[in-house]
Design a protein around this ligand. Structure first.
Ligand SMILES: Nc1ncnc2c1ncn2[C@@H]1O[C@H](COP(=O)(O)OP(=O)(O)OP(=O)(O)O)[C@@H](O)[C@H]1O
Ligand SMILES: [Mg+2]
Length: 426
């Protein structure tokens, strides 16, 4: 065996130029190695740049030339299981299509393991952006990013998936400033549950993982991703990751203050609802968080503006206007009559023989069976009964006839009284 072969045998990543899937993909460079896999830059058969993730749980397997094998016979079964889980998760991820979620081109098996081909996102991850220039992202961009990511995560959850590893290093900002979610952690979590060897591997990220991720068998749901997204945005706003959820839980359990300092009231440039929503997402207990991305979105969305009034006046508005006019004129007429009555009373004091008043104007009593005598009265009653049966139209007509009547000064007050089925007290 040559030295070059020996080096090849003991290095784990694929070398540039390596062909995959019968030459369809060519490895261009190595990006990263994690506990569960390796990430590469590659070219597809049309010379487009793609990213390829290889299932490579290093504690369970090793590479001999290109072939990936279990480290020992006893690891064989577990390794096969992890490869199957990787394929299953990649297929599920491929079914989630959203502009803010990395697209999956293809999933295939080769070299004894599994591969996932992803869109290449030209840009940088949020962690690197923050490290290089903490002021790079302004409030407007951060707000817009959150809105987009909430839509994306909502879409993940609708497909019965959890991301499980939302953090600044797993969000890439593309050239147009669009945030793209990468690196779903759900497959890794299933792998640690399925494999004794992998169970020792960390599938939590301190500061970003909610406390239930640290508990064996802890319940996990969309609210868990809400916590990690909250922690990611806390980091974007404050410049540091929030305190570990476990230390927060421990503090609360021992009746000490939560080491998490709410954002509300601490920052300018963001409205209270926006900050309070991140604080809520970061609640230690799942039931206190938003239960869905939609719930979070609704809590920060602008309140709907009141509808402008319609350009043309509706029938109801016309009726309202008539009623107001009616009331206004009634009041005016009553006032006039009161003044007249007061004047008459004053004059009557001066006169030796007071003329008995036939029609008192301000004491009225209800009388259901009051029969009208004159024609105008009959018309008004007729309109009233029509209104009861035929609705607003007759009512409006009645009002209009009353308006007309009101112009006839003397008869107006009486007409109103009649319409209201009132009669003067005798
Ligand atoms: N689709 C992509 N486009 C461009 N760069 C990517 C893409 N996916 C991953 N990368 C780059 O590769 C790095 C590592 O990828 P990724 O986050 O998927 O895996 P990881 O965190 O290293 O591994 P593990 O899956 O084991 O946690 C990212 O930080 C990013 O810089
Ligand atoms: Mg990652």
């Amino acid at each position: 065996m040559s030295t070059a072969d020996a080096i090849e045998e003991f290095t784990d990543e694929l070398k540039p130029g390596t062909k995959l899937l019968r030459g369809q993909y060519t490895i261009v460079g190595f990006l990263n190695a994690g506990g569960f896999g390796q990430t590469y830059l590659a070219k597809d058969s049309l010379d487009r740049t793609v990213v390829i993730k290889e299932c490579f749980p290093g504690t369970l397997c090793s590479r001999s030339h290109l072939l990936v094998q279990a480290r020992s016979r006893s690891h064989q079964e577990e390794f096969q299981l992890i490869v199957r889980l990787f394929m299953k998760e990649a297929r599920r991820l491929a079914s989630v299509q959203h502009p803010n979620i990395v697209g999956v081109h293809q999933v295939f098996e080769d070299n004894g393991t599994a591969y996932m081909v992803l869109d290449f996102i030209e840009g940088e991850d949020l962690l690197r952006i923050l490290e290089n220039d903490p002021q790079a992202l302004g409030p407007q961009q951060i707000r817009e990013m959150l809105r987009k990511l909430l839509h994306a995560i909502g879409c993940v959850h609708e497909n019965s998936l959890l991301h499980r590893d939302i953090s600044p290093d797993n969000i890439l900002l593309d050239k147009s400033g669009n945030p793209i979610l990468i690196d779903f952690g759900a497959a890794r979590e299933s792998a640690t549950r399925a494999s004794r060897v992998l169970s020792a591997l960390q599938v939590v990220k301190d500061g970003y993982s909610p406390q239930e991720f640290y508990l064996a068998g802890g319940n996990q749901g969309p609210y868990s991703d809400m916590y990690s997204l909250g922690a990611t945005f806390y980091h974007l706003l404050i410049g540091d990751a929030p305190p570990h959820s476990q230390s927060r839980l421990a503090a609360l359990a021992s009746k000490q203050a939560d080491p998490y300092q709410p954002l509300l009231g601490r920052l300018s440039g963001y409205d209270d609802r926006f900050l309070a929503a991140i604080d809520k997402a970061m609640s230690v207990f799942p039931q206190d968080r938003h239960q869905s991305a939609q719930e979070w979105l609704e809590s920060i969305e602008e309140a709907p503006r009141p509808e402008p009034p319609p350009a043309t006046t509706s029938r109801e508005t016309e009726i309202e206007i008539s009623i107001s006019k009616f009331v206004e004129e009634t009041n005016k007429a009553i006032l006039e009559e009161i003044q007249k009555a007061a004047l008459t009373e004053q004059e009557s004091k001066d006169e030796p023989e007071p003329t008995p008043r036939k029609e008192p104007y301000f004491e009225w009593q209800l009388e259901e069976d009051w029969l009208e005598e004159d024609e105008a009265e009959e018309q008004a009653d007729q309109a009233l009964s029509e209104n009861e049966t035929a609705g607003n139209e007759a009512y409006n007509d009645r009002l209009l006839s009353i308006d007309a009547a009101s112009e006839m000064k003397g008869g107006f007050f009486t007409a109103i009284a009649r319409i209201l089925r009132l009669r003067p007290r005798s």
